[in-house]
Design a protein around this ligand. Structure first.
Ligand SMILES: CC(=O)N[C@H]1[C@@H](OP(=O)(O)O)O[C@H](CO)[C@@H](O)[C@@H]1O
Length: 361
């Protein structure tokens, strides 16, 4: 089976974490987010993947290479992918696609059974099938209504709250017949959700939905990234390759620590969880609550970090306090006794002098 991974986007809502890495390369339990979808595709029987790259494509191509480390053959399609939109960019590789294939976003964390989605599509003899997840607030997504046969009868991208006629949303994972791309004009900007699906409905072509109940999170913003991290500790999101089963339940006993290689940690006080990359040094009496700290970070004595994401190569001085919802960009230095208020985004390369206070607007 063949698949296409959409990996060209910029991940603007996760800035400053996406200044030096595209969203698919943001570490999640110390592996790029895209690795989980690659593994899921391989487990579903995919043997060849075309990755549509764009923003900071070298980072993705260096890491995944020809795919041999991941048990799959990987090819890249670069060029004008962002300009062409999701469907337009996929059309560029469709001449290399032999049969029914899967298209997946590079940045969703899910336990969807991709094989079951594929088989459902085959059974329905659909031209395209969209995996549909149920969410509370659908306004950030494409929403669909299905009939009793799960044929999609209405679809709307990012509805206004008053237009939100359904809680079933496009999960960014599709199955297509190659012929669906006959509807996509060559070399023009054409998007699945904005153009192709509405066109299929207009022409009364068989577009199906596959509602699923398994875990799904598209990690749109820092808060959903931390939520997905917590969901691993709670056993809601399974990452089979990490044996996260063993982490389940730890939260009830104070805090869970998941750390990478060569970390030096002095008995920190953890509430909820702390996920650390490689080479993280943590001094005495540091408090960490529900936070993720990337690689090569030093946190000095007495610092307190609450519900934050700390980028790579960051230095956090003595007694620094970082409040809930903040993100510290890569290569930043926060000097001693500085306080970063709630929901503040500190850009990459920042240098914040001693005893400063940075508050949100
Ligand atoms: C134009 C487009 O493709 N929109 C998709 C896409 O939204 P983005 O905001 O572009 O990431 O992914 C969503 C799932 O993550 C899906 O619900 C939506 O329909």
């Amino acid at each position: 089976m063949q698949a296409v991974i959409l990996a060209g986007g910029k991940g603007t809502r996760l800035l400053p974490l996406t200044v030096y890495r595209p969203k698919p390369m943001i570490p999640f339990f110390n592996k790029p987010m895209m690795e989980y979808i690659v593994n899921a595709l391989v487990n579903a029987g995919v043997e060849e993947i075309f990755v549509l790259v764009g923003y900071l494509k070298e980072r993705i191509m260096e890491y995944f290479g020809d795919g041999s480390d991941f048990g799959v053959e990987i090819h890249y399609s670069n060029g004008e992918n962002i300009k062409l939109g999701t469907a337009g960019a996929t059309k560029k590789v469709v001449d290399k696609i032999e049969d029914t294939f899967i298209v997946a976003s590079s940045d969703v964390l899910t336990n969807l059974n991709i094989r079951a989605l594929y088989e459902y599509h085959k059974k329905k003899k659909a031209l395209a099938t969209i995996a549909l997840s149920q969410v509370e607030d659908p306004t950030q997504y494409g929403i669909a209504i299905v009939d009793s046969e799960n044929r999609i009868i209405r679809f709307k991208e990012k509805p206004k709250p008053e237009e939100a006629f359904s809680n079933l949303v496009n999960a960014g994972i599709y199955v297509f017949e190659p012929e669906a791309f006959d509807l996509v004009p060559k070399g023009e900007n054409f998007d699945f959700s904005l153009n192709l699906f509405p066109k299929m409905l207009e022409e009364n072509l068989p577009l199906y939905g596959f509602p699923f109940k398994e875990y799904w999170n598209d990690v749109g913003r820092p808060s959903s990234y931390l939520q997905a991290t917590e969901d691993v500790f709670l056993g809601r999101l399974r990452l089979p390759q990490l044996r996260t089963e063993s982490l389940k339940g730890n939260l009830e006993y104070g805090g869970s620590l998941y750390s990478g290689r060569r970390c030096q940690i002095r008995n920190p006080s953890i509430r909820g969880f702390a996920v650390l990359g490689d080479n993280v040094k943590i001094g005495r009496n540091v408090k960490i609550e529900r936070s993720v700290i990337f690689s090569n970070v030093t946190i000095e004595e007495g610092a307190e970090i609450y519900e934050a994401i700390i980028g790579e190569n960051v230095y956090i001085g003595k007694g620094v306090i970082i409040e809930s919802g903040s993100v510290i960009g890569d290569n930043s230095v926060i000097e001693d006794f500085t306080k970063i208020g709630a929901n503040v985004k500190i850009w990459t390369e920042s240098r914040i002098g001693k005893e400063s206070i940075i508050l949100p607007d």
